[in-house]
Write a protein that binds this ligand. Structure first.
Ligand code: AMP
Length: 632
């Protein structure tokens, strides 16, 4: 049986944690870091990079480097106009009007891109634990809607992980914070990450975690702060030079990275400089960017963003029927809460109380997810976790009005049944249009799905009884069914059906991901073989050079020809050919090795220490070649 991990699949970074002897622990990735950038890149040579290596090459390959994919999960194209403008990669209209990424002429759903990140997290965790990892608890912002949750679950499935549970990030954070708490406390989790904002109010106490209310904004995060700096600096540069850096993808990517760095610096210092030499050029020559930015100016630039978090904060308090003074602790989650302006705001909103500092804002969510995994797996004692549905769910009725069936902040899992009837005499079918959102009119809310219940026996309006059931599971995923009570005819949908990926597509993606994992390891093998060949070529050449005239002509010619052969093989992707060429050369260079030893012996016998230095060095190189060759 494989291990279960907790995964915080973040907009900017992702984190994996595991329960180790009952204690949660963050797992370092292959690069040795706790945070894996949620970045996937497709290089010009067809290689796929994930994490830090992908992030590192973003500047030179911006249109093929996908970051902030979480902002597009489960979204229709029309919902992401703003974020589409700020990413350098292409977002296009996919199936069912869903937003998809287009790279090098191929479309990838956000689920697939996220699955690539999850695959790396899984592989790194497996390498670290020395065990297979096949199950995960994955977190999402509490304010994620049904389509976004389902998309996240699908991403896990594509990556070969059984997603045991989708948990809300603030709820996970509260688990990490409050698992050992003996007394009841009311806590507020203020979570501002790279792309999303959540605020949740919970009651935590011994064994009980009850979410009282949740609110947020899935279009608000640290990226927006970066964007303000980008615009500020690009505007200043344009004023000075007439050049708009936002039109040059590469310059823009450099600027964006510099902006994020400046933002992070301004969390600890009051002044920073954004310096980008050779950012662009015109007829007069290269242009350099050098712009100072103070914390005060930065805070002024982003005041409206800070203010945007106030509304959800107050709404959550109101929904929980609490006043500021009723909150015992405010827990800060997400990298963006390191900004002093956010800490000040939270302090102000919390009635002057300092936020809790005992948890690491980057890791607390993954740790909570690992704890949840432990609870599900029976490793930890059962706690009662009462989470809520973040948005109101309803169906469209006569005149386009929404009948609200499940109000927001209702505890989940949850089930509601309601009876509806027909609107016209002799009506034999009804359309069930399922909606999510707080507005009164259907058209102002998000459509989750639509289906027809047919075969209702003709009757005067108002007579048929149609029972509609809303069922929300522990992951917050909704299933809606409609039944004509007279005939027992029934229709239902899991909301995933309309806006999300059909099962066949997921299956295909799972297979592709598996195939890619194989292809990936083949590519790695090819790259390794090529590297070893290159090393061998290099070492043999320097070996020949060092020995000079001491190598008999025929042997030298033979080696030179074999070197040429290996060089040619090394250019191909044919592993067998590379190996054979290496083998042949290896055999011949062995003779060279023998020669070296003979000469070394002769030289040592002559007592010439200076001359003896070279051949043994050559012999060492020979060993290196051999050792590496055997190691493969
Ligand atoms: P998360 O999604 O929780 O990993 O948060 C990532 C976001 O936090 C990114 O936008 C980062 O730029 C931002 N961030 C991380 N550290 C800091 C810091 N010290 N000051 C300001 N923002 C930060």
């Amino acid at each position: 049986m494989g291990r279960t991990v907790g995964i915080d699949l973040g907009t900017t970074n992702s984190v994996v944690a595991v329960l180790d002897g009952g204690e949660p622990r963050v797992i370092p990735n292959a690069e040795g870091s706790h945070l894996t950038p949620s970045v996937v890149a497709f290089t010009k040579t067809g290689e796929r990079l994930v994490g830090a290596p992908a992030k590192r090459q973003a500047i030179i390959n911006p249109e093929n480097t996908v970051y902030s994919i979480k902002r597009f999960m489960g979204r229709r194209l029309g919902e992401v106009e703003a974020e589409r403008k700020i990413v350098p990669y292409k977002i296009v209209d996919g199936k069912n009007g869903m937003a998809v990424v287009e790279i090098q002429g191929r479309q990838y759903t956000p689920e697939e891109i996220s699955a690539m990140i999850l695959q790396k997290l899984k592989a790194d965790a497996e390498a670290y634990l020395g065990d297979t990892v096949d199950k995960a608890v994955v977190t999402v912002p509490a304010y994620f809607n049904d389509a976004q949750r389902t998309a996240t679950k699908n991403a896990g499935q594509i990556a070969g992980l059984e997603v045991l549970r989708i948990v809300n990030e603030p709820t996970a954070a509260s688990l990490a914070y409050g698992l050992d708490k003996k007394e009841n406390e009311t806590i507020l989790v203020y979570d501002l990450g790279g792309g999303t904002f959540d605020v949740s109010i919970l009651e935590v106490g011994e064994g009980l975690f009850e979410v009282r209310a949740t609110n947020g904004d899935t279009h608000l995060g640290g990226d927006d702060w970066d964007q303000q700096i980008v615009d500020y600096v690009a505007d200043a540069f344009q004023r000075q030079t007439g050049i708009d850096l936002r039109k040059d993808r590469q310059a823009l990517q450099r600027l964006r990275e510099a902006a994020e760095k400046a933002k992070v610096e301004l969390s600890s210092s009051v002044q920073t400089t954004i310096s980008l030499p050779f950012i662009t050029a015109d007829q007069e020559g290269p242009k350099h960017l050098d712009e100072a930015l103070s914390r005060a100016r930065f805070e002024e630039l982003t005041r409206d963003l800070v203010e945007r978090t106030v509304g959800p904060f107050r709404s959550a308090l109101a929904d929980a029927r609490l006043a500021e003074g009723d909150i015992d602790e405010i827990i800060l989650v997400g990298g963006s809460t390191r900004m002093p302006m956010i800490q000040e705001l939270v302090k102000r909103l919390g009635g002057g109380k300092e936020p809790h500092r005992g948890v690491n804002p980057d890791e607390v969510v993954a740790i909570g997810a690992a704890i949840q995994g432990g609870i599900i797996g029976g490793e930890l004692k059962e706690v009662v976790l009462l989470d809520v549905t973040p948005l109101t769910l309803g169906i469209e009725t006569l005149g386009g009005i929404v009948d609200k069936v499940v109000p927001r902040n209702t505890h989940i899992p949850h089930r509601t049944e309601r009876i509806y009837t027909t609107a016209a005499d002799g009506q034999t079918q009804v359309e069930v249009h399922v909606l999510q959102g707080e507005r009164e009119m259907a058209r102002d809310n998000k459509t989750l799905g639509q289906f027809m219940l047919t075969g209702i026996p003709p009757a005067p309006r108002g007579i048929p009884h149609i029972k509609v059931t809303f069922d929300i599971d522990r992951n917050g995923i909704l299933n809606v069914a409609a039944q004509d009570e007279a005939t027992g005819r029934q229709q239902s949908i899991t909301i995933t059906g309309s806006t999300n990926l059909p099962k066949e597509d997921i299956d295909k993606m799972v297979q592709e991901a598996q195939r890619y994992a194989q292809e990936d390891s083949r590519r790695r093998e090819i790259a390794d073989a090529k590297n070893r060949a290159e090393q061998m070529i290099y070492q043999t050449e320097s070996y020949l050079r060092d020995l000079g005239d001491k190598v008999p002509v025929d042997l030298k010619n033979q080696i030179t020809a074999q070197l040429a052969n290996l060089r040619e093989a090394q250019q191909s992707d044919d592993i067998e050919r590379i190996r054979t060429a290496m083998d042949t050369l290896q055999q011949t260079t062995l003779r060279l090795g023998e020669l070296v030893y003979q000469q070394a012996g002769a030289a040592a016998g002559g007592g010439q220490t200076s001359g003896a230095g070279q051949p043994p060095q050559g012999a060492e190189q020979e060993e290196v070649i051999e050792a590496e060759y055997k190691a493969e």
